[in-house]
Write a protein that binds this ligand. Structure first.
Ligand SMILES: C[S@@+](CC[C@H](N)C(=O)[O-])C[C@H]1O[C@@H](n2cnc3c(N)ncnc32)[C@H](O)[C@@H]1O
Length: 570
């Protein structure tokens, strides 16, 4: 599914402490890699605040009622500071006692002088694979909800950084478990990967959207989508019979119900929004299946389940496959819950790209900015804002269903294998482009769409959002260039699609396309040209012709009678 919301949320109340910490971190450091280039006297590269720290993880044997994880550190100092390190040979120790979880820092040979951080109000931010900053609320600052104590940690390598990070998360998790009084072993951690990388107001708006039945209905009524899932599950019953299933982002619970219909032993329907309540209601209303489904309200990154899953089912796709950044939650759920030999439905996704020619679209976008060309708008000259307005319009990815005949080259694709992709791989997606133009025309930009594969043991099934196929609620996406390119038949176009994830659960997209001098068409007079642009996938231009564009797909009737409609097979 996809949430297409533009603009900022209003009146979402007070920011949570996570945001306050994140803001303070941003104020304390410019998070610019170039700033961290100098070296410490010990020869290690320095962090942005000039701290170098070595760690040697040492597991301390468990004592009665006490668990400790200890790290030997090379050096460490407080932030913000340019002063020399506050400890010459510091040791970091995670101290856990009933109801207390603290990070203790002390001098290696002088254990009595301890700086302690209460883990309830302490956050660890990874700045890079070998660098982290630890920010804590000082007691007097707590009332003012500001965070003032910080240490910057530079690790010798990724492994040591990860092991410190894991010990930190473990200590917080243990604290949470101690505090938690929830039944069914369901506990929420104080802070998760999701919270760390997501702007709270974006998350609030996102889960509010999915908490509404009308938006779940919107997805259920996309029969191309729903039929594809139904068919993939039903045709691969062997993958579900007697198996434990986790439905990641269950929404209304529809996929959990499909899995239970296919004979799953038990399904955990994990849903973070208020929709979890409705899912429980819907599932309870289907009593033959209900006894094999448990709704777990919470984020896939945070909830705990009593057993591992044999199969994950999910619909985490957004516009251009990756919008909403829910694929990351799917991958995290894989790492947390799926047995190593487990299956994922869907199993992989492909992004497809091709250059297109669409003069009408180009003129329409250019005309949107014409308003700002008025020289006497109530006697005010608006023209100084024409150029920025035009840039703004061209920075919106266009979402609509277009005629496949507008494509001027064979598409290329980029595969994301959900079974093996790392969560971090989705933070930045860099795709080299190379096309051979089939006809001479103007190129107005890059068209993109996606498909996903359900690699069942019995049947392989694709769900596609390609132009020319029945339209889905994802439509297609086009990045329009303000400077079109002229091409000859057979001419080569090269370039790059570079997508960088941001905390509002979406991506900034950079597109560069160039015509080459070489190649068969080049000798027919084409000039080398380059055009590039930047788009925010969070802020699309919704250009669907009908309010429910995917009604084009209504020839795929809802499934009522046990018959499976035939869908596109690749
Ligand atoms: C695209 S909808 C799919 C709903 C349902 N599975 C279906 O196919 O109709 C995605 C759902 O996942 C939920 N969701 C998104 N991120 C989540 C996360 N990290 N943990 C749990 N639920 C999440 C959303 O609230 C939303 O209901």
């Amino acid at each position: 599914g996809d949430v297409i919301v533009s603009g900022q949320s209003q009146g979402l109340g007070q920011q949570c402490s996570t945001n306050i910490i994140a803001d303070e971190v941003k104020q304390m450091f410019s998070l610019d890699k170039a700033a961290a280039s100098t070296a410490c006297s010990c020869g290690k590269p320095l962090g942005m605040a000039g701290v170098c720290l070595k760690t040697e993880p040492v597991e301390i044997p468990q004592r009665q009622n006490e668990k400790e994880h200890e790290f030997l550190l090379a050096s460490l100092s407080q932030l913000p500071s340019t002063s020399s390190p506050s400890f010459a040979s510091p040791v970091a120790r995670f101290f856990l006692l009933s109801g207390i979880a603290e990070l203790h820092i002390h001098e290696e040979l002088e254990p009595k002088r301890v700086d302690s951080f209460d883990l309830r109000t302490t956050q660890l931010f990874k700045l890079s694979p070998v660098q982290a900053v630890c920010i804590s609320a000082s007691p007097e600052a707590k009332e003012k909800t500001t965070y003032s104590t910080g240490i910057l940690v530079q690790f010798r390598n990724e492994k040591e950084c990860s092991s410190f990070y894991r010990a930190f998360e473990l200590a917080k998790k243990k604290l949470s478990a101690q505090d938690s009084d929830l039944p069914n072993k369901i506990l929420s951690l104080s802070k998760s990967t999701f919270d760390e990388k997501t702007d709270p107001s974006s998350a609030k708006m996102y889960f509010h959207y999915y908490g509404q039945l009308l938006h779940q209905q919107n997805m259920l009524e996309d029969y191309v989508r729903t039929e594809a899932y139904y068919a993939a599950v039903t045709e691969n019953q062997a993958d579900f019979v007697g198996r434990v299933v986790v439905d990641v982002g269950a929404g209304s619970g529809i996929l959990s119900l499909f899995a239970a219909q296919a004979g799953a032993k038990h399904v955990y329907a994990v849903e973070a929004s208020e929709m979890a309540e409705y899912a429980s209601k819907l599932i309870a209303g289907n009593p033959l299946l209900a006894q094999r489904i448990t709704v777990v309200k919470g984020k896939a990154e945070e909830i705990e389940l009593p057993e591992k899953a044999d199969i994950l089912i999910s619909e985490p796709m957004g516009t251009l496959l990756v919008n909403e950044r829910m694929l990351e939650s799917y991958v995290i759920a894989r790492d947390r819950f799926l047995v190593p030999t487990g299956k994922m439905f869907p199993t992989l996704g492909r992004m497809h790209m091709a250059p297109f020619c669409d003069q009408n679209l180009y003129v329409e976008i250019a005309n949107n900015a014409l308003f700002w060309q008025q020289e006497a708008f109530y006697k005010v000259d608006l023209t100084p804002l024409h150029e920025p307005a035009s840039q703004e319009y061209f920075s919106q990815p266009v979402v609509d269903a277009f005629d496949e005949r507008l494509l001027v080259a064979q598409s290329i694709s980029h595969v994301i294998d959900f079974k093996s992709v790392k969560e971090e791989d989705l933070y930045e997606i860099d795709i080299p482009l190379r096309f051979i133009c089939t006809n001479g025309s103007q190129i107005h930009g890059l068209a993109c769409w996606f498909d996903v594969l359900f690699n069942g043991s019995t049947t392989k099934r694709w769900l596609t959002t390609a132009p020319g196929e029945p339209t889905t609620h994802w439509y297609q996406v086009r990045c329009v260039l303000s400077q079109p390119l002229d091409v000859m038949p057979g001419q080569e176009i090269t370039g790059r699609l570079h997508m960088i994830a941001h905390s509002a659960q979406s991506y900034i997209i950079h597109v560069t396309m160039s015509t080459e001098l070489s190649g068969p068409g080049a000798d027919q007079g084409g000039n080398p040209q380059t055009s590039s642009a930047k788009y925010n996938l969070k802020d699309p231009y919704l250009r669907m012709l009908q309010p429910k564009g995917f009604s084009l797909a209504q020839d795929h009737k809802p499934h009522h009678d046990g018959q499976i409609q035939s869908l596109t097979e690749h």
